[in-house]
Design a binder for this molecule. Structure first.
Ligand code: GLY
Length: 419
């Protein structure tokens, strides 16, 4: 494994030093959408992604999916074995993935301008307004921001503002000042649920707090988000900038009682999506705070993550089982990181850092859009080969709705950069 990592690391150095030039070719129009072929020439190798085709592929899939998903009381979550349609969860299960499908529709509207995706997005968003009052777990950010947050931002649905502020206030009730962090879980899914459990995934929920604080909500929401990010930065990472999944804090003294995993291979292993949440989370916290310590940390997490990747840029579900070729991939982690890196490439100052992150994102997106990972013509998702929780025996080598969400978000961010 060490040799393997050294090879990848050397390749990165070569890649960095031999970067030659970048070129953007806007090719001719097709239908009404602009066809964009993005070509980067790196070390004499061409990374060429056909952004317009990858967007068209998403739209193609939605043409198939949307007419099938007519029950507004259910939300698509995964597709097992790629033989069937989306498996759905009931609205009243309050599952963390419920907001991603409306989020996908908002981004589809964003990248295509096609009003029918907006109409569908509104329909799929407005069914779970009651979620704004959820206080029993931390996932309200994952649930409300892709749906209502993107509706506000992309669909100009200003009337969603109060719903988002209420949602942020609900999330803030879970902040424990003794710990300096939001409590992620409190149901009996964890054997020591009475203590304060914070998981790395929780970083993503901070975006809802930042949004509310700058859109008329209480300024304390900003302080809570920053404090949570600082506490997590202090306790949740190993010296090599890899992350544990689950931290258990004493809810009164705030002392870390133990560090372990729920969805990774082992307590000390590096669960890939956990690393991805860290990369995305700290990039977003920098975007919201402009505090350089978060940018520096986001870069350290990213550089570590990139050093661990295989050639196709899509990690195995846990980096510590990646030596076994039979272990499944997790395309969702790749999609999350690709989206984050497009943003990160615009935040860093040094040209070589910009190029490194941007090119890594391009390579990830090219790989995800390739026949190996694309669901087009095979199943009802944008992407194949994600893994939800192999350690629990769930969602192993499946399509996942959040993989599709972060993938289309990444395409949208890339398109915005090009535009
Ligand atoms: N937030 C849950 C997961 O990443 O599976």
């Amino acid at each position: 494994m060490k040799n393997h990592l050294n090879v990848i690391h050397s390749a990165h150095l070569a890649f960095k030093s031999l970067f030659l030039t970048s070129l953007l070719i806007c090719a001719s129009s097709c239908k009404e959408s602009k066809k964009e072929l993005i070509t980067e020439v790196v070390n004499n190798n061409t990374i060429s992604i056909d952004l317009a085709k990858q967007i068209d592929d998403c739209e193609l899939q939605l043409e198939v999916i949307v007419p099938k998903l007519t029950d507004l009381t259910k939300h698509p979550r995964f597709i097992e074995n790629y033989q069937t349609e989306w498996q759905q969860v009931d609205n009243d299960e309050l599952i963390w993935t419920s907001g991603f499908y409306p989020g996908i529709l908002w981004y589809a509207y964003n990248v295509t301008g096609n009003e029918k995706w907006k109409d569908e997005a509104i329909k799929r968003t407005e069914v779970f307004e009651d979620y704004k009052n959820i206080t029993e777990h931390h996932d309200i950010g994952f649930m409300m921001f892709p749906a209502y947050g993107k509706g506000f931002e992309i669909g100009d649905k200003k009337e969603y503002k109060d719903i988002l502020i209420t949602s942020a206030n609900s999330l803030a009730t879970r902040f424990n000042p003794n710990v300096g962090a939001i409590k992620s879980w409190s149901n009996k899914m964890h054997p020591r649920w009475k203590q304060h459990i914070t998981i790395i995934d929780n970083m993503l929920n901070l975006e809802l707090l930042f949004w509310a604080a700058k859109n008329g909500g209480d300024k304390k929401l900003y302080d809570i988000a920053v404090k949570h990010a600082e506490t997590t930065m202090k306790n949740h990472f190993r010296p090599d900038y890899t992350s544990w999944h689950v931290l258990e804090y004493d809810s009164i003294s705030g002392v870390v009682l133990n560090r372990h995993t729920k969805q990774g291979y082992a307590d000390d292993s590096r669960w890939s999506r956990g690393q991805a949440w860290g990369v995305y989370g700290y990039t977003m916290v920098y975007k919201e705070t402009k505090d350089k310590k978060f940018l520096d940390f986001a870069q350290k997490l990213t550089d570590k993550y990139l050093s661990l990747l295989p050639d196709d840029m899509v990690p195995c579900w846990d980096f510590d089982v990646a030596n076994n070729p039979k272990e499944e991939k997790d395309a969702s982690a790749a999609a999350v990181v690709a989206s984050a890196l497009i943003d990160l490439s615009t935040f860093v100052e040094k040209k070589e850092d910009k190029e490194r992150y941007y090119n890594a994102a391009l390579k990830m997106l090219k790989s995800l859009g390739s026949d190996k990972y694309s669901g087009v013509g095979k199943t009802d998702s944008f992407l194949l080969h994600s893994t939800g929780a192999k350690s629990l025996g769930w969602e192993i080598d499946v399509a996942l709705i959040y993989a599709d969400y972060y993938y289309i978000e990444a395409l949208s961010r890339l398109k915005k950069l090009q535009d």
